[in-house]
Design a binder for this molecule. Structure first.
Ligand SMILES: Cc1cc2nc3c(=O)[nH]c(=O)nc-3n(C[C@H](O)[C@H](O)[C@H](O)COP(=O)(O)O)c2cc1C
Length: 407
């Protein structure tokens, strides 16, 4: 058997009359595909294309490369590319279905895919069929209506004062201080807090600082660092919440500095509900029961809990059940280039539904491009952190920049 694959993608039509263009596409496709043993199905609904290309992998890739370069559509997003045992569309050099009944009537030779549902029944009940059904039900329709465009005007600063740098007094162990990175509520158009990121006295990155902490001292360092973060943020005039990290090795070893963190907050006039503890998924490996117990203690005081880097390593869905956090932050791999990455988009939608049902907020971290931001916004994500919205400021609470909302 030849090395058969199917490649399934979606895209958005660029022309205002895609129904007209699709006839030319179809004529050309049927000739070309017959010659190269490519079969498949092209769907058009509300300006979105969804196409299954199947055949020998070289032929499919060659066809797809041509299709990608076609200016009649844009935002081509591969949903799946995988080997298959047999074709689902062996009869069709390129089937076509459109969701508007008018097109179905007026275009000769169209497969009345969605009206009679006969075609769907004829398709192998594998992944292609599931995806076609998902598309039929309104998934995978690409939206272009503004939210993804690059803002023309420079982004406006948020209403939050940038504070003067405040050097940290007297230090212990490796000299350290903090940078603070803003977290933004894009819907409300304002910063809701900052994450404290440990830095060396000369702004060395966290890993470099932590590597210099002797192993026996990690827990004390971790506790001390959080106290410093709290008082520095307060001194700098923190207005929203403060997100605090815990060194992963410490998390399951003992109650990681609950009292001293809360004491520091109290002295600085920060109520516990302005503290968010970011738990790394590594904590859950060694001793999940101990982790759950001390997290519970924090929560009893009103401290909020976030699971960091959700979606990577061991940060699986089960954590939402075990720890019932107030929020999660999306792992950066999930955010990166999500606007053109089908599997990441599907994972995001599932997560949003799960978290929505559980009342868990989602923060998209590590957002670096306007396309990532635009896609996530269009999907309904409201909380963001990343270079696009504001870099960490050393011993400062930097202002966040909100990309202009189009539309
Ligand atoms: C949504 C969409 C789907 C397309 N599907 C196919 C296809 O399955 N096969 C194909 O040969 N061309 C397809 N095309 C057209 C190609 O982009 C390209 O115009 C065509 O292959 C050029 O063929 P030629 O080199 O023989 O002129 C598609 C175009 C669009 C916009």
């Amino acid at each position: 058997m030849a090395d058969l694959i199917h490649l399934i993608y979606n895209s958005v039509a660029t022309g205002s009359q895609p129904q007209q263009e699709v006839r030319d596409i179809l004529t050309k496709s049927r000739t070309n595909n017959a010659a190269s043993q490519v079969t498949g199905m092209l769907l058009l609904a509300e300006g979105s294309f969804f196409q299954v290309l199947e055949g020998p992998s070289a032929a499919v890739e060659e066809t797809f490369a041509r299709v990608c370069a076609d200016p009649r559509h844009t935002r081509v997003t591969v949903i799946i590319r995988e080997p298959i045992a047999r074709r689902a569309f062996s009869e069709w050099t390129m089937g076509l279905a459109s969701l508007t009944s008018e097109d179905l009537r007026s275009t000769e030779g169209l497969n009345d895919l969605f009206q009679s549902a006969q075609v769907l029944e004829a398709i192998d009940p594998g992944r292609a069929r599931k995806l076609l059904e998902a598309f039929k039900n309104g998934r995978w329709r690409v939206r272009l209506n503004g939210a993804l465009s690059v803002p023309k005007a420079p982004p406006p600063p948020l209403a939050e004062d940038a504070a003067d740098a405040a050097p940290r007094p007297g230090t212990v162990r490796p000299e350290f201080s903090f940078a603070f990175q803003p977290i933004v509520d894009a819907q409300a158009g304002k910063s809701i807090g900052h994450e404290a990121l440990v830095r060396g006295r000369h702004q060395e990155l966290a890993a470099e600082v932590l590597n210099r902490v002797p192993l026996h001292d990690v827990a004390d360092f971790d506790e001390d660092a959080r106290r410093v973060a709290v008082s520095l943020a307060a001194r700098l005039g923190l207005k929203g919440r403060l997100h605090l990290n815990i060194v992963p090795q410490v998390q399951s070893a003992r109650n990681p500095g609950l009292d001293s963190t809360l004491d520091a907050a109290r002295r600085c006039g920060l109520t516990p509900d302005r503290l968010v503890l970011e738990v790394k998924h590594e904590a859950t490996i060694a001793d999940p029961v101990a982790t759950a117990q001390w997290l519970q203690q924090y929560r009893e005081h009103g401290v909020l809990v976030s699971i960091d880097d959700f979606g990577s390593g061991h940060a699986g869905l089960a954590l939402l059940d075990h720890y019932q956090p107030n929020m999660i932050s999306l792992s950066m791999w999930l955010v990166r280039n999500i606007e053109s990455h089908g599997p990441r988009q599907a994972i995001l939608r599932g997560l949003m539904q799960t978290c929505g049902d559980l009342g868990i907020d989602i923060i998209a971290k590590g957002v670096e491009s306007i396309d990532e931001y635009g896609f996530l916004r269009a999907e309904g994500i409201t909380l963001f952190q990343g270079y696009l919205l504001g870099k960490p400021g050393f011993e400062q609470l930097p202002r966040a920049m909100l990309p202009a909302e189009a539309g």
